[in-house]
Design a protein around this ligand. Structure first.
Ligand SMILES: Nc1nc2c(c(=O)[nH]1)N[C@H]1C(S)=C(S)[C@@H](COP(=O)(O)O)O[C@H]1N2
Ligand SMILES: [Mo]
Length: 368
């Protein structure tokens, strides 16, 4: 047994997690990809993504939490610590907010070289309606002290990453934590949270990449110094190299995606469609204010698409563009611009961890 294990180890060709490679997809990446599924692009047709179609990203194991004994702690630099049961939390006033969540690593596998981690293509995204208690309400109840700097959110899940054993935890600056739309959610699309999305309660931070929205939430700790946990200090940074301290990943960069038109070939997923009129459609979003425009590229010519009003300020908006498909091979693309004037790059946005790669999507189609 021991020998087999050693053989397996020596047969291993992949570099360790995080390090970029130009090699073929590794078994470790496939293992992560099978656990952490993307949103099928056809789900872009819907305003709200059903839970089974919404992307999932879980670093460690999905905890099996007994809601009757679960408690949420609010502690640290506060006047009064709180300990809440799920029943108690549900008695507090609630809000419902549609939020587009996207994994910061979305687009990673398109990078060359490719950082070894969850190998998202471009579909690590989804939009759900989250219901729960505004975080600011609970913080006000416990009385945040003036010296508070950040709020640390800790989940029930633990594991090892970067050689460091820890529970999944992330922080938010106090100013962000006090926003009225940051929510402690116990419902997703009107039903209790599915296990993979953080049952019984998760944080949802609209506009920020997904890592901030801590699932299986157990404690909320108001702290007076910047949090230095692994997921804050080491993971989720825009770095040029392993030695670069980098800058923290925070808000979602502008992106648009298209529902691939026509029908797919099973194995290659190449698209085939009929000659004639077709309504191209997709969704666009940004964590830096609303989307102000989407252009659709048809064989390199950019045409402005029509935008619909989103379901809320942090929900994706639908775009459409009528096209008359003529026979032959075509390349379609889409490119969004947000309220800050930022537009999606045409080329990859390389960084060491493969974060925030929002380059334009390109879809090859064959028109018959
Ligand atoms: N406790 C905990 N919260 C977590 C994670 C995790 O692994 N553990 N993953 C984060 C990341 S990286 C993302 S992108 C989102 C994904 O949320 P979803 O699976 O509900 O789509 O959850 C975040 N919250
Ligand atoms: Mo993520």
């Amino acid at each position: 047994m021991k020998q087999i294990y050693r053989q397996r180890q020596s047969a291993r060709t992949a570099p360790p997690a995080g390090v970029p490679t130009s090699g073929p997809l590794t078994p470790e990446e496939l293992q992560l990809a099978a656990r952490n599924h993307a949103m099928p692009l056809e789900a872009l047709r819907r305003d709200i993504t059903p839970p089974g179609l919404h992307y999932v990203l879980t670093h460690f194991d999905i905890p099996d939490i007994d809601a009757s004994s679960w408690r949420l702690q609010v502690k640290g630099a506060v006047e009064r610590s709180l300990e809440l049961s799920l029943a108690a939390l549900r008695k507090d006033p609630a809000i419902t907010i549609p939020v587009t969540l996207e994994c910061a690593g979305n687009g990673r596998s398109l990078l060359k070289p490719r950082p070894l981690s969850q190998p998202w293509i471009q579909e690590g995204v989804g939009t759900a309606e989250w219901t729960g208690v505004p975080l600011a309400y609970l913080l006000a109840k416990s009385g945040v002290l003036p010296e508070a700097a950040e709020v640390v959110f800790t989940g029930a899940d633990a594991g090892i990453q970067g050689g460091i054993r820890h529970r999944y935890a992330r922080s938010l600056p106090i100013r962000e934590a006090m926003r009225p739309d940051v929510v402690l959610a116990y419902r997703m699309n009107g039903s209790e949270l599915p296990p993979q999305h953080g049952y019984p309660v998760r944080l949802v931070v609209p506009g920020w990449y997904g890592m901030t929205s801590v699932k299986w939430l157990e404690s909320i700790d108001v702290v007076t110094h910047p949090f230095t946990g692994f997921q804050q200090q080491h993971a989720y940074r825009y770095q040029d190299s392993a030695d670069d301290a980098g800058t923290p990943v925070s808000r979602i960069r502008v992106r648009s995606l298209m529902v691939p038109p026509g029908i797919p070939d099973f194995f290659t997923r190449n698209r085939v469609l009929q000659t004639g009129p077709v309504m191209l459609q997709g969704r666009a979003w940004s964590g830096h204010g609303g989307v102000t425009g989407v252009e659709v590229g048809i064989d390199g010519e950019w045409v402005a698409a029509q935008l619909e009003k989103p379901a809320g300020p942090f929900a994706w908006c639908k775009w459409t563009l009528p096209w008359v498909a003529d026979p032959g091979e075509h390349e379609l693309a889409c490119r969004a611009t947000d309220a800050t004037g930022a537009a999606q790059p045409l080329e990859q946005n390389w960084n060491y961890q493969g974060m925030g790669n929002n380059m334009v999507q390109r879809v090859r189609v064959t028109v018959e």
